[in-house]
Design a protein around this ligand. Structure first.
Ligand code: ZN
Length: 265
C-alpha cells in the first residue's frame, strides 16, 4: 500500500517517492501529501495519466477529463510532475500517424490546465514493443519533437521522462539525452532481462540484465540532468519478495552504479 511504501522508504533512508494514481485513494491526496511530508520524503512525480490515443470524440473528451483529474491529484499530493503515457493503437485502426496526431492534440489541450495547477507534463516514450497496446510514442527524440512543437520556448513546462527500460536500445540515445537535458522531468531505472519471460512484468533489478546502466547514467550526468533516479520495477519476481529486501537491493545496486560513474568522472 502507499502507507507501507512511505514508511518503508523512510525507514530505509530514501528521500523521495513516485506514487501511482491507483494507490492514492486509500488515504486521499491531501492526507497522502501530509504523510509523505511527515516522513521527510518529496514527491518525484505522479504516475500516470495520458492514454490520449482515442479517435472517438466522446471518449477522447473523457480521456482529457481524466487527465485533468490527474493534474489536480498531482497538485494535491505535492507533485510537480504528471507522467503521461500516450496510449496504444485503438482497436480497429492501423492509422498510426493519425493516432499520434491525436495524442499531440490531447497533450496540447492539457497544457493550460497543467500551467494553471503549477504541474508539468512529462511525456514518457515507451519501448516500441508497446506501440500497439500501450504507447505510440516510442523514442526519446519523438517525445522531444512533440515538446518542441507544442512548447518551443519551454514556457509550458512540457518535458520528458527517461526510462532506461524504454530507451536503452536506441542508437541515437547519447544525442537524445543531451537534447533532453533541459526537459527531463524524471529518470526511471531498472533492467532488461535476456531472455525475458514477459515484456510487462519481467523487468529486471538494476544489474541483472543487459542495460548499460553505468553508461546511460554517465550520459544523464554529463548532460547536467539532476540525478533523482526512480526505480520502476514491474516484476512478478520482485513483487513476490519481502519489500524491505527489494528496497535494500535497489539501494545497493544504485550505489554500485554511481560508484562506477563517479570513478570515471
Ligand atoms: Zn517509466
Amino acid at each position: 500500500s502507499l502507507a507501507q511504501a512511505i514508511d518503508g522508504y523512510a525507514r530505509a533512508g530514501i528521500t523521495a517517492i513516485g506514487p501511482w494514481r491507483e494507490e492514492v485513494p486509500e488515504m486521499g491526496p491531501e492526507r497522502a501529501a501530509q504523510r509523505i511530508r511527515d516522513a521527510g520524503l518529496k514527491v518525484t512525480g505522479l504516475c500516470r495519466a495520458g492514454l490520449l490515443s482515442v479517435l472517438d470524440e466522446a471518449r477522447f473528451r473523457a480521456a482529457l477529463d481524466d487527465n485533468r483529474r490527474a493534474i489536480d491529484e498531482a497538485a494535491a499530493i505535492g507533485s510537480k510532475v504528471v507522467v503521461l503515457v500516450a496510449g496504444g493503437l485503438p482497436s480497429g485502426t492501423v492509422e498510426l500517424s493519425a493516432v499520434r496526431q491525436r495524442v499531440a492534440e490531447g497533450i496540447a489541450g492539457l497544457i493550460p490546465d497543467a500551467k494553471a495547477a503549477g504541474v508539468q507534463l512529462g511525456i514518457e516514450p515507451l519501448h516500441p514493443v508497446y506501440a500497439a497496446d500501450r504507447c505510440v510514442i516510442n523514442t526519446l527524440d519523438q517525445a522531444l519533437d512533440l515538446c518542441d512543437s507544442l512548447d518551443p520556448d519551454g514556457e509550458n513546462g512540457l518535458g520528458v521522462i527517461v526510462d532506461t527500460y524504454h530507451v536503452w536500445w536506441d542508437p541515437g540515445l547519447a544525442e537524445a539525452i543531451d537534447r533532453a537535458a533541459p526537459r527531463t522531468l524524471g529518470y526511471h531505472i531498472n533492467d532488461w532481462m535476456s531472455p525475458q519471460t514477459d515484456p510487462l512484468n519481467d523487468r529486471g533489478m538494476m544489474g541483472d540484465g543487459v542495460i548499460d546502466l553505468v553508461g546511460i547514467t554517465r550520459l544523464v550526468r554529463s548532460a547536467g540532468i539532476p540525478l533523482t533516479p526512480e526505480v520502476e520495477l514491474f516484476s512478478d519476481r520482485w513483487w513476490a519478495e519481502d519489500p524491505d529486501v527489494v528496497v535494500q537491493t535497489c539501494i545497493e545496486r544504485w550505489r554500485a552504479i554511481t560508484a562506477q560513474v563517479i570513478a570515471t568522472d
